[in-house]
Ligand binder design. Structure first.
Ligand code: BDP
Length: 667
């Protein structure tokens, strides 16, 4: 009971051999049937897996299934009542098989039909070739690059099963801070071995491409995207990759951001760079996922404006096999950010959502923070790009502008820890990402309940869901609520550092983001400040421009607010902020109490690890709260509201803490 089985905790009995049958014999149908046999051994009634063409005489409504959807139905076949799992393709059957397993495991029943609303549902592994995972808190990389391609760790199959069970259909194997060597023949062979293993599970492999690879690997003098030799090098490289991996998905690129090379080095645009790579993979039906996370010292006025400033003018200039990958918010995966202003602002360009599943800013692996509500909140945000109801979800699923190339990426939280993600509850974030990528309209609570029902005994489900649902908000509360962001310590991002002010570039420093002074706190992004609000559609801009209509949870993101401003709660801003810190800590205490109640119904190993982590979380939540309050008080000189406990140490004590070996830091 170490969590290895994830949400696929199948009974340990064997099946009556004839209760699952499959029509047709392909690797994908074979793994689909094997999975059902393994998961549903004791189920009464026969199960038949077949493509729709094999059961055409049933005249099922299959038109809406597309090439990945499935239909599950009670039908009669050859006079026998059976549960039919069907889809127009093998892949539809595969996803239907997993849906049937999920349905039975969650105690549901009845006919089911579903097709994904988003085409590319992709994990981004920030895994380095030496096995270290950037921002990874679950051990080392799952990919043993050293022993690949000869040794194929059976775990690769289990990874593929877990992803297929959610409908995840792509994986980017290497870090966006890429090494050119990932594209060398030796590493292409290793990636090809993984692609072979993943193929029957419907998962395509992608690689992060280092833009300067033509120089590093090809010996060229330049990586200028408009140089014909450079374009030819990439074409040849793409051909070489496709010879080894015929269904290779394409490239993910981080360019001209945080020191990465890119087209701007040659005074070319992001579109020039993306289109040149797109031309190389186009003959093979490959795509380029070009990241909008540009973070270079070109726009010191407000880091939050940078991606929009650079990308919005390029709308309509990208090749048709390019999709621009945009983080959920404009800064960087903070516990809460308003939706990224690029969503809705580039109607002619497919935009792909990038969520971070690994909890770089939400307590690493140890804190229990269920990200379903964060994903849902972003997807439900209304861009007003085409009037009310133009949600981010509709931008991402292509329905707002009629795009067919659509995608959602999640920065994986997976490593070689036995439980894959560093904790049991982190598995829920992988799960929620996959399920919501398939259907962005799923509610966070539905997904939490589904996951918990497949992860714990029935008596633990309700308590687990109750813990999960408020857990992300608790992290917001104890790390800095009301729209504060980027108040963490430098480098590893472990713990509080709102006082940090001595780093080279202004926007590396937390003080740049909160701008706290004697008078107030917050970043003025209205007209009197950076005017980042103007990057949103007019109704949204108007809402964010006025502190009275800005949601309290985003107030300090958009406004510099006086400490004594009256909040909707009736308290002053200062008292409200203090209240949030305390509420965050209290929530963690509540989770511990609840977790104690499920001890009798959860296996000892998983119960104990979670209990230990919750203790860590309480200690660290308290630390965040105490250190932050000590700092804010040093700035505003205000007393704590009556009855509030003062931080046990003075500010210097918190400042002096140091964690040189905190995990996940870039190398
Ligand atoms: C930040 C991480 C950094 C990543 C970067 C990115 O701190 O390690 O390389 O994002 O997304 O969140 O490229």
């Amino acid at each position: 009971e170490d969590g290895y089985d994830l949400w696929m905790r199948y009974p340990a009995t064997t099946i009556a051999p004839d209760s699952v049958s499959v029509r047709g014999d392909t690797p994908m149908l074979r793994v689909a049937a094997a999975e059902v046999r393994r998961a549903l051994p004791a189920q009464a009634g026969a199960i038949v897996l077949a493509r729709t063409a094999e059961v055409a005489d049933l005249k099922l409504p299959t038109a809406t299934l597309g090439d990945e959807g499935y239909l599950i139905r009670a039908v009669r076949l050859n006079g026998r009542p059976v549960t039919l799992v069907t889809g127009n393709t093998d892949r539809g059957v595969l996803y239907g098989a997993f849906a049937l397993i999920r349905q039975r495991a969650t105690g549901a029943a009845g006919d089911l039909t579903s097709a994904p609303r988003v085409k590319l549902r992709v994990l981004n592994h920030w895994d380095n070739l030496d096995g270290v995972v950037e921002r990874g808190y679950a051990g080392r990389s799952l990919w043993d690059w050293w022993t690949l391609p000869d040794y194929k760790d059976p775990r690769y199959v289990d990874y593929a099963r877990a992803n297929a069970s959610l409908g995840i259909n792509g994986t980017v194997l290497n870090n966006v801070n890429a090494k050119a060597e990932s594209l060398s023949p030796r590493y292409i062979a290793k990636a090809a071995a993984l692609a072979d293993i993943f193929r029957p599970y419907g998962i395509r492999v992608y690689l992060s491409a280092r833009f300067s690879a033509p120089i590093e690997l090809g010996g060229l003098k330049t990586a200028d995207p408009l140089d014909p030799q450079v374009a030819a090098w990439w074409r040849a490289k793409a051909d070489e990759i496709y010879r080894a991996i015929p269904d290779f998905g394409g490239f993910l690129v981080k360019a001209n951001s945080e020191g990465q090379p890119g087209p701007r080095d040659y005074h070319r645009t992001h579109a020039d760079g993306a289109n040149m790579l797109a031309a190389a993979v186009a003959p093979h039906d490959g795509i380029v996922m070009w990241r909008a996370f540009v973070y270079a010292d070109t726009d010191p006025d407000d880091r939050a404006k940078q991606a929009y400033t650079e990308f919005k003018p390029l709308d309509g200039r990208f090749a048709k096999n390019v999709i621009v990958q945009v983080k959920n918010g404009a800064i960087d995966f903070q516990p809460r950010e308003p939706f990224h202003p690029l969503f809705g602002a580039m109607p002619k360009t497919p935009l792909m959502m990038e969520f971070q599943i690994t909890k770089e800013y939400l307590g690493f692996a140890t804190h229990l923070a269920y990200l379903g509500p964060l994903f849902a909140e972003t997807l439900a945000s209304d861009t007003f790009a085409k009037g009310a109801g133009s949600t981010v979800a509709k931008v991402v699923d292509g329905s707002l502008e009629g795009h067919t190339l659509t995608g959602i990426a999640g920065v994986a939280n997976i490593g070689d820890d036995r439980d894959w993600t560093g904790s049991t509850f982190n598995q829920a974030n992988w799960y929620a990402f996959g399920r919501m990528a398939w259907d962005p309209s799923l509610s966070a609570e539905t997904v939490a309940r589904e996951w918990a029902a497949q992860t714990f005994a029935p008596a633990a489900v309700a308590p687990a869901v109750a813990m999960m649902m408020g857990s992300r908000e608790a992290v917001v509360d104890y790390t800095g609520a009301l729209g504060l962001a980027h108040v963490m310590a430098t480098g590893h991002h472990y713990g509080p550092g709102p006082w940090v002010s001595d780093l080279k570039r202004p926007e590396w420093n937390p003080v740049y983001y909160h701008k706290a002074d004697k008078r107030g706190i917050g970043f003025d992004r209205t007209k009197s400040g950076s005017n980042a609000v103007a990057q949103y559609a007019p109704p949204v801009a108007a809402k964010f421009a006025d502190p009275a209509t800005t949601p309290p949870g985003e107030l300090l993101w958009f406004h510099h607010v006086a400490w004594d401003r009256r909040m909707p709660s009736g308290r002053t801003l200062w008292a409200d902020l203090v209240g949030h810190y305390d509420a965050g800590v209290a929530y963690v205490v509540g989770m511990r109490t609840r977790w104690d109640t499920v001890k009798p119904v959860v296996d000892a190993e998983r119960w104990q690890k979670t209990a230990s982590f919750l203790a860590v979380q309480q200690r660290e939540a308290q630390w965040w709260r105490d250190a932050s309050l000590a700092y804010w008080m040093s700035v505003n000189g205000l007393p704590l509201p009556a009855g509030v406990a003062p931080p046990p140490h003075d500010l210097n004590w918190y400042k002096a803490l140091s964690f040189p070996y905190a995990p996940g830091n870039p190398q």
